[in-house]
Design a protein around this ligand. Structure first.
Ligand code: AMP
Ligand code: ZN
Ligand code: FE
Ligand code: FE
Length: 277
């Protein structure tokens, strides 16, 4: 097979499958290449690469960083950088520390609401704790019935225990990835702009900051969105990436490999990425 998946989360962020397990799934699914793109961490990349070599699945380095652009949140994917770069790791550590502080504040808010649970009660994880881990604890403690209820009652923006996490400026994220030798891409461009009204200007702005490409294949992209993004990317001379945003069943959509029948993600995208960086 010639298909790839360049947007995957593991247990090092909010996925439920280990990097090794993901490479095994990719191998079983016949994928030729993958990128592990955990939120704000590259901790799983080395083991994914090692297992990829063993099974004959190409694994490139990846990360998905939350950023701020004029008060709006967006996600930037980085690909094919030196994941052991010291400056990159120092910068990611700042984000991980900020996330930990945010989590403590969420627990403090829950306590104020009369919900006496402790961050120590979250089962050990090899990576970072995020809101999905807190949601699962709320379910285990029978405070809510399911993930949806955990987010709508407590964790989503505007809910009772919501705390915003510190985000780097988009320009700084783009520079961080470039300085580690990688290529920055705008993740799921339609996520916050379904009508594609603000995306043309956003892409032009980000391109000036050094953006290399956009995520063209994504489970929620309709054929119309896909075509619009393809045209915008071509006009701006951007590269394309594609992925499933697989998290296991933490998120309802996004099977590994995306939707190979409707919207296969061809290896040619990765070949073009590798030619540029
Ligand atoms: P965090 O990075 O800790 O702010 O958590 C963000 C993660 O929470 C996302 O990547 C999703 O996996 C998950 N998430 C966000 N909103 C919801 C929701 N409404 N239901 C279930 N999971 C969600
Ligand atoms: Zn996630
Ligand atoms: Fe994202
Ligand atoms: Fe993601």
């Amino acid at each position: 097979m010639n298909n790839i998946d360049l947007h995957i989360h593991s247990t090092y962020s909010d996925g439920i499958t280990s990097p090794v397990g993901l490479v095994e799934l990719a191998h079983k699914g016949g994928l030729r290449a993958i990128a592990l793109t955990d939120h704000d961490t590259t901790a799983g990349v080395t083991e994914a690469m090692a297992h990829g070599r063993a099974l004959g699945v190409e694994v490139i380095s990846g990360v998905e960083v939350s950023a701020d652009h004029g008060g709006h949140p967006l996600h930037i994917l980085g690909y094919n950088f030196s994941h052991d770069d010291r400056l990159l790791q120092q910068r990611l550590q700042v984000l991980q520390d900020a996330r930990h502080q945010r989590n403590l504040k969420i627990f403090a808010k829950l306590k104020e609401l009369g919900i006496a649970i402790d961050i120590q009660e979250i089962p050990p994880t090899p990576g970072q704790v995020g809101r999905p881990h807190i949601a699962r604890l709320l379910i285990a403690k029978k405070i809510v019935k399911n993930m949806d209820q955990a987010f709508s009652r407590f964790l989503r923006r505007g809910a009772a225990a919501y705390v915003q996490c510190y985000r780097m400026e988009a320009a700084a994220v783009i520079t961080m990835i470039r300085e580690a030798g990688g290529l920055p891409f705008l993740a799921h461009p339609a996520a916050n702009d379904r009508q594609m009204k603000k995306t043309p200007q956003l892409l032009a702005d980000l391109k000036k900051m050094g953006l290399a490409g956009l995520e063209l294949h994504y489970p929620t992209h309709t054929p119309k969105t896909f075509k619009t993004l393809q045209r915008l990317g071509e006009e701006l001379g951007l590269l394309f990436s594609g992925g499933s945003d697989f998290h296991g069943d933490n998120k309802p959509y996004g099977q590994l490999g995306g939707r190979p029948k409707e919207q296969p993600i061809p290896y040619e995208l990765l070949a073009a990425i590798k030619r540029q960086g």
